[in-house]
Design a protein around this ligand. Structure first.
Ligand code: XIL
Length: 303
């Protein structure tokens, strides 16, 4: 195999994806790499709540549709990101609370998932709902303050609107099995499965850096989530660093996913280093000129 998508596919049909921001759709150097190497696409910002519903009740699908249409035209799957989140909310939603906010959130989930029904491989239904640190608590947010059941309400609405999409809970810092946040998400997923709340997948964002390295027990974390009866997807992978050390970490993450049958795909959060949201770093698989880095070859060695 000579590309990430081809090599991933040879491992029981896994996918290899990337984030695409709308402003790079016209960058032919970038899109040539996307088309060649990847078979799953996530809109980097364009399907977030502020982008899709800038004013209450006025949906703005045009930019997101351009990304989805590019993906579908070129035979790529689409990860929908994200239906409900405390961040990147439009101002009108940030000001809301209580039952009014709950209704607005559910309206957003239903309208967006209906708009894209049948076109989305996996939805990040809820993003980043747990707190950092050792409490294992939910993150405080306007959505959380509408009641602890807001997450399951969002999942039920998403399932009703798009019954065939894989529905994911997505978060960061849930990679280390010995981390309270990881266990808290695990407990929620276990509870959802026990009570029939429609959840199909856990998304591990996987943003790593020197202060937050790839954990030695990553395989265990992935295995334990999968054992609950959900898929695991690595959804936003990037790893700060360079050279052989970065390559080995990328290889390790890829191996940890491949070791678990239900770890069905890996997406990196961008293509070239200079387009990364980590603007000053070099966390991706391609350098600023679009050349393959050692990190790329590390992934390919694992695949
Ligand atoms: C980031 C985008 O990459 C940036 O362009 C934007 O300014 C902020 O959001 N977790 C997520 C993603 O779920 O949506 C975030 O994307 C990165 C962290």
């Amino acid at each position: 195999p000579s590309t990430l998508q081809e090599a991933a596919g040879m491992n029981d049909g896994r996918y290899f994806g990337t984030a695409v921001p709308a402003h790079l759709l016209n960058d032919s150097a970038n899109m040539t790499i996307v088309n060649r190497e990847f078979n799953m696409v996530t809109a980097e910002n364009e399907m977030k709540i502020d982008a899709l519903q800038p004013n209450q009740g006025q949906y703005s699908f045009g930019t997101a549709d351009r990304i989805v249409n590019w993906a579908r035209t070129n035979g790529k799957g689409v990860r929908g990101h994200t239906l409900a989140w405390h961040s990147q909310q439009p101002q009108w939603m940030r000001n809301m609370s209580g039952q009014q906010l709950r209704r607005a959130m559910l309206d957003h989930v239903t309208t967006v998932a209906t708009h894209y029904r049948g076109q989305i491989h996996s939805w990040d239904v809820v993003n980043e709902a747990f707190a950092d640190g050792s409490s294992g608590a939910r993150r405080d947010s306007n959505l959380q303050r509408t009641g602890n059941d807001w997450i399951e309400a969002a999942f039920r609405a998403a399932r009703a609107a798009d019954p065939n999409a894989i529905l994911c809970y997505n978060d960061y810092n849930i990679d280390d099995w010995n981390h309270a946040k990881t266990r808290a998400v695990y407990d929620m997923v276990r509870d959802f499965k026990a009570r029939g709340v429609p959840i199909d997948c856990v998304g591990l964002q996987a943003h790593f850096n020197s202060g937050n390295p790839v954990p030695n027990n990553y395989h265990t974390t992935i295995e334990n989530f999968a054992a609950l009866g959900v898929d695991v997807q690595i959804t936003e992978l990037d790893i700060e660093g360079s050279g052989q050390s970065q390559a080995e970490q990328y290889k390790g993450v890829t191996q940890a996913c491949l070791a678990v049958a239900r770890c069905t795909g890996i997406s990196v959060w961008g293509v070239r280093d200079n387009d990364s949201w980590r603007a000053s770093g070099t966390p991706l698989l391609f350098d600023r000129n679009g050349n393959k880095k050692q990190a790329y070859h590390g992934v390919m060695e694992a695949l």
